[in-house]
Design a protein around this ligand. Structure first.
Ligand SMILES: Cc1cc2nc3c(=O)[nH]c(=O)nc-3n(C[C@H](O)[C@H](O)[C@H](O)COP(=O)(O)O)c2cc1C
Length: 178
């Protein structure tokens, strides 16, 4: 897809057709493409957990925190992003410039996931409302891990509109210095 069209079409989709499943092949392809994302010192400090099939409706409970994201009950798939340990060089860099690079890396890989999916005709929504303990337990992880973000994936319900993008005025976000 043309890049601008892709950026305009990708949106947080909150109504899914529960009858339309995303294939395992497509979910794996999205992750393969997302793994091309840049990260600080190429540390790639995350693990992408795909939850799909019969497990998806039960998983949805973990992103319905405080009454939020109820619509995820209809989502046929999720990718839960588990925070990993930064590589030694990334840790060193973080300390030197007093910046946590790991959450930034996770934000970037999330963007790669949602754009790769949209380019394949699959809709998404990035979810920050999530229960990290619940997700760890759901995945049967021995230690409680951090899951900064979860991505909901599926096919939008028929007739779901592509909304016009609402963004701050250009000058509020962009400056140019020469
Ligand atoms: C870090 C992050 C957390 C988000 N968490 C949620 C969430 O829990 N539930 C939800 O419906 N949308 C969530 N969103 C989606 C934003 O609300 C959405 O990206 C924003 O309003 C812009 O709309 P658009 O994605 O349709 O362009 C999140 C987005 C980001 C980047």
């Amino acid at each position: 897809m043309d890049l601008e069209k892709l950026y305009l079409t990708r949106q947080s989709t909150r109504e899914y057709d529960p009858a339309k499943k995303v294939t395992d092949e497509d979910l794996l392809e999205i992750c393969r493409l997302a793994k091309l994302a840049p990260s600080a010192v190429n540390s790639q400090p995350y693990k992408l957990h795909i939850i799909t099939g019969e497990k998806a409706p039960a998983f949805a409970k973990n992103v319905q925190v405080l009454g939020s994201n109820k619509w995820t009950s209809d989502c046929p798939a999720f990718i839960a992003i588990e925070e990993g340990k930064p590589a030694v060089l990334e840790r060193l860099g973080q300390r030197l410039v007093k910046t946590e690079f790991v959450p930034i890396d996770i934000g970037i890989v999330s963007a790669y996931i949602v754009l790769a999916a949209e380019n394949m005709g699959i809709q998404t929504c990035i979810l920050g409302m999530r229960d990290e303990k619940g997700i760890s337990e759901f995945l049967g992880l021995k230690e409680k891990s951090k899951f900064p973000l979860v991505i909901a994936l599926g096919y939008a319900k028929e007739g779901y509109p592509v909304r016009e993008k609402k963004r701050r005025d250009f000058g509020e976000n962009v400056t140019i210095t020469k």
